[in-house]
Design a protein around this ligand. Structure first.
Ligand code: SF4
Length: 433
C-alpha cells in the first residue's frame, strides 16, 4: 500500500511533450468564445478573422513590464507559449537573485538541506511576485523560507495518510464512491504549502502506461467507484495526447460517472489553456475541474481568459483555496478573492484549513480565523461566493466541514437559530417529527 513510485525521471522534465500548437488561438472562433460584432460580421460575409495567440498580447501591465525587464528578447508569441513558460521556470537561487531582493529568511532556505520541495515558478507567475516585499502574499506562497525546516508537533510528511490508502501506486481510495488518481508529480509552479510535498517535484510519480493500467484495472474491478479525481502534481502539464488517453480509458469504465481534474494551471500558467486543450477536454463530459486559487492577485486578465475558455467548453469550475497565514487569512482578502472568482465563472468550492505537513507552522492559522471569515461572508454576500470550510482530518478521516454555530439551542418544540446579524429566531419544528 503505497503512493510513491521511484523512477529516474528528472524533476524539470515536462512529463509528456504535447503536439505542436500552431492553431492554439484563444480567440479562435472554434473556441466557443463570444465574438465581437466585427468578427460576427466577417463570419457572415464568409471571411473568418483569426487573431494569432501572440497578437492577443500580454494583457496585464505588470506582466508586460516584467517580461521587458527580465526576458527582453522574448517575443509575445513565445511568452504566450506554455511550453516556453514551462521550460523557462525559475528554479535556482541564482535566477531568483536577479529578479528579487531576497530577505534573510528566504536566502537561508537555500543554505539548508532540509527544504524538501524544489523551487519552480513560471516566468508568468514570477511576474506577479513583488521584487522587494517578502511579505507580499503571492511571494510567500512560492519563495521558500527557512521556516520550512522548522518541524513542530503533530506535523507529518503524509498527514492525510494517503500512502496507507493506496491499493495501487498513485491511486488513493479513501471514500467509498470515489478515488484520487495521481498522474504525475510535476507542477509548473510549486506551492510552498503543498500537501503532497513529500512526492511532488521529486520524480516519484510518473505517468507511465504500466502504472496507469494497474490503476484503471483497480477502478474497473471496483464498481462502487463512480467519481475519479485526477490530480498530482498538475494533470494539465501532460500533453493532450496522453491526457486524452487517460480520459478515454476512464470513460470506457461504465460505472465511472464523472471525472474531475484538479489543477492550478489557470492561476500559474494560464497559457496552458489553449483551444486545442479545451477541444480535447470537451469530448469527455461530464468533466469537472477543481482549480486552485489562493489570492485575488492571481485573478489576472490572463487567468480570467483561461477560465472563460474552460467554462465556454462546458466545464463546471470550482476553486479550492487553502487558508494561509499572511496570504489570505483575513476577511477583506477572502471577500475580494471569492468575488473575483465568481466574476471569472469559478465557484468558490472549498476553503481548506492548511494541512499539518512537515514545516508548515508558519502557514497555519487557528481554526477560529477560518470560522470568523465564514461568519463575515455568510449573509453578507451571495451564497455562491461562500466556500465550505473544511479540515481534511489527519490520518485519513476525510473532509470535515466547519461551521460557525448558527443553532443556538432548543426551546420546547422550537429551534433557536442565530442569523448573520447575530439576531435570534425561533423555528417551529413539526410536532409529529
Ligand atoms: S499546484 Fe497543487 S500539487 Fe502542485 S505544488 Fe501546488 S498545491 Fe502542490
Amino acid at each position: 500500500m503505497h503512493v510513491i513510485v521511484k523512477t529516474n525521471q528528472q524533476e524539470n522534465a515536462v512529463p509528456t511533450q504535447a503536439a505542436p500548437e500552431g492553431d492554439d488561438d484563444p480567440f479562435d472562433p472554434g473556441s466557443g468564445r463570444p465574438q465581437s460584432p466585427a468578427q460576427s460580421a466577417s463570419k457572415r460575409s464568409g471571411r473568418i478573422v483569426r487573431f494569432p495567440t501572440h497578437r492577443a498580447g500580454i494583457l496585464n501591465p505588470a506582466v508586460r513590464s516584467f517580461r521587458k525587464k527580465h526576458f527582453p528578447g522574448i517575443t509575445t508569441k513565445l511568452w504566450n507559449d506554455w511550453q516556453w513558460q514551462t521550460s523557462h521556470r525559475i528554479r535556482s537561487l541564482n535566477q531568483l537573485e536577479k529578479m528579487i531582493v531576497l530577505s534573510d529568511v528566504e536566502r537561508a532556505a537555500f543554505k539548508q538541506s532540509g527544504t524538501t520541495l524544489p523551487l519552480g515558478i513560471t516566468p508568468y507567475y514570477m511576474s506577479l511576485v513583488s521584487p522587494d516585499n517578502p511579505d507580499q502574499p503571492i511571494r510567500r506562497t512560492v519563495i521558500p523560507t527557512i521556516h520550512e525546516t522548522v518541524h513542530t508537533t503533530g506535523e507529518a510528511d503524509d498527514p492525510l495518510g494517503e500512502d496507507a490508502m493506496s491499493p495501487v501506486p498513485g491511486l488513493v481510495h479513501r471514500y467509498p464512491d470515489r478515488v484520487l488518481l495521481l498522474l504525475s508529480d510535476f507542477c509548473s509552479t510549486y506551492c510552498r504549502y503543498c500537501t503532497r510535498s513529500r512526492v511532488v517535484g521529486h520524480g516519484a510519480i510518473h505517468p507511465s502506461r504500466n502504472r496507469l493500467e494497474r490503476a484503471f484495472a483497480y477502478i474497473e474491478q471496483t464498481p462502487s467507484v463512480r467519481d475519479v479525481l485526477i490530480s498530482g502534481g498538475d494533470p494539465l502539464m501532460l500533453g493532450e495526447e496522453k491526457l486524452s488517453w487517460v480520459l478515454s480509458r476512464l470513460r470506457q469504465i461504465p460505472h465511472v460517472e464523472i471525472v474531475r481534474i484538479g489543477t492550478k494551471v489557470p492561476a500559474v500558467l494560464p497559457q496552458r489553456i489553449t483551444a486545442r486543450l479545451v477541444r480535447m477536454l470537451r469530448q469527455y463530459h461530464p468533466l469537472w475541474m477543481s482549480l486552485h486559487f489562493t489570492h485575488p492577485d492571481e485573478c489576472t486578465p490572463e487567468a480570467s481568459r483561461a477560465c472563460a475558455m474552460l467554462a465556454d467548453a462546458g466545464i463546471p469550475l470550482g476553486s479550492q483555496t487553502v487558508l494561509l497565514k499572511g496570504v489570505n487569512d483575513n476577511l477583506e482578502t477572502m471577500r475580494e478573492l471569492v468575488h473575483k472568482l465568481l466574476k471569472m465563472r469559478v465557484r468558490p468550492y472549498y476553503l481548506y484549513q492548511c494541512d499539518p505537513i512537515t514545516g508548515s507552522a508558519h502557514f497555519r492559522t487557528p481554526v477560529e480565523t477560518g470560522l470568523s471569515i465564514i461568519r463575515g461572508l455568510r449573509g453578507f454576500t451571495s451564497g455562491y461566493a461562500l466556500p465550505t470550510y473544511v479540515i481534511d482530518a489527519p490520518g485519513g478521516g476525510g473532509k470535515i466541514p466547519l461551521m460557525p454555530d448558527y443553532v443556538v439551542g432548543r426551546e420546547d418544540d422550537a429551534l433557536i437559530l442565530r442569523n448573520y446579524e447575530n439576531k435570534h429566531y425561533r423555528y417551529p419544528e413539526p410536532c409529529n417529527r
